[in-house]
Each structure stands twice: as C-alpha cells, then as structure tokens.
Design a protein around this ligand. Structure first.
Ligand code: ZN
Length: 234
C-alpha cells in the first residue's frame, strides 16, 4: 500500500523532469544543434560516395570515347572505295557495311551525350553538397554554443528534481524502482495508473484473474497490454 503512495509521489515529481526533457527535445536550440551535428556526421561519407561514383562514370566515358574513335578509324577503310569499285568490287556490300558503322557511331554518340549529362548533374549535386557542408560547419559552432548555454540552465533545474527523486526513491523497493526506470526508458508515461472497473484506465485492457486478485488485495499489478503499473484508487 505504501508502495503505491510512494510510487505516485515519485511519479508526480518525475513528471516535472519529463516535462523539461520533452521541452529540451523539442527546443529550437536542440533541433538546430542536433540537425547540424547529424548532417556533418553523414556528409563526408556522402561526398566520398559521390566522388567515387563520379570517377566511375568518368572512366566509363573515357571507354566510350575510345570505342567511338576506334570505330571512326574503321571508316578510313572506305576512303579508297572508288578504287575498289573500279576494281569490280561489290558496292552493295560496302554500302551496307558503311551504314552499319554509321549507325553504331550514332548510337555511341548518344550514349556519350547521355553520360556527359549525368556527369554534369552529379557534379552540380556534389558542389551543392560541398557548399552546404561548409556553411553548416560554420553554423555548427554557433548552434553548439547556444545549445550548451541552454543546457546549462536546464541542467540546474533538472539536478534539483533529481535530488528530490533520489530522496523519494528511498521509500521504493529496489525492484519496483528498477521496473519503473525500465518503463520510463521505454517511453511509457504515466507509469502508474488507477484501475477503472477492472480495466487499465490508460489502454482499456481488462485485468486478468490474478491481476484482479492483486488489486483486490491492495497490491500493484501490471497491465498485460501497455505494461503500466495499475492500482486501486482509494
Ligand atoms: Zn494498459
């Protein structure tokens, strides 16, 4: 019984701590700082990946250009076509061959153009990210200082509440406190709730038979659905 009252008292004080934590987590100071930090953590890896991709595409482009030149070279074989024709060669064969080569060149050229376009876009993207990284680096120092200042004021307040909680914790059994802390870290709050008509007042789950027995005996039970501590209000 006394555990219920102690838990309720503990939870009331703890809710003040939770309020500050939530305020801090949604504060501009924290958001700016953590966003800049996360951006700067990921940026080098992204830049490196983009750079590797650019090198890969450049290599592919060189290969295509080489292929184009090689095929273009074969057109030289047709320079002495006149002589061949005069010599009685079958002109239709050469015509067909030259057309095929021309088509091949066209297709490689369009592949080259497409790749050049992609490379240009990738480069622009790379430059944009690089510029942003430099500007965020500058901002980060500022955001970090502002956040540290904000944290200092909040920490003082939080320390006061923690001291109070420590005193109240003396009235709780260690296993109860441990269980409370676990639930708290799982973002369950409030952690202890009253029972209403044999149901959890938070999620509506009906108590099990053993749960009902515990409640009837003035003990604390746990909701099987949301895992909150449940008690009977006096
Ligand atoms: Zn529940």
């Amino acid at each position: 019984m006394s555990q219920i009252n102690s838990l309720l008292k503990y939870q009331t004080v703890d809710s003040k701590l939770l309020k500050i934590e939530r305020e801090a987590a949604s504060s501009e100071e924290w958001k700016n700082y953590s966003q800049a930090k996360s951006f700067l953590t990921k940026a080098p890896e992204k830049l490196e990946a983009m750079d590797a991709k650019a090198r890969e595409m450049q290599l592919a482009l060189e290969k295509l250009n080489k292929k184009y030149e090689e095929i273009f070279e074969t057109l030289k074989d047709f320079e002495n076509l006149d002589e061949l024709v005069e010599g009685g060669a079958d002109i239709s064969f050469y015509k067909k061959n030259a057309t095929q080569i021309g088509d091949k060149l066209k297709s490689i050229k369009s592949e080259i153009n497409a790749l050049v376009k992609v490379i240009k876009e990738a480069d622009e993207e790379y430059q944009t990210l690089k510029k942003k990284t430099i500007s965020v680096q500058k901002q980060y120092a500022e955001y970090s200082a502002i956040y540290q200042e904000y944290k200092k004021t909040k920490l003082a307040e939080m320390e006061e509440i923690k001291k109070e909680l420590k005193k109240l914790a003396a009235d709780l059994k260690p296993e109860v406190l441990k269980s409370y802390d676990t639930k708290r870290s799982e973002r369950i709050f409030p952690i202890i709730c009253p029972v209403q008509s044999d149901r959890c007042s938070k999620c509506g789950m009906e108590l099990s038979i053993s749960g009902k027995e515990k409640i009837a005996g003035g003990e604390v039970t746990e909701c099987e659905n949301c895992h909150r501590f449940l008690y009977k209000e006096q």
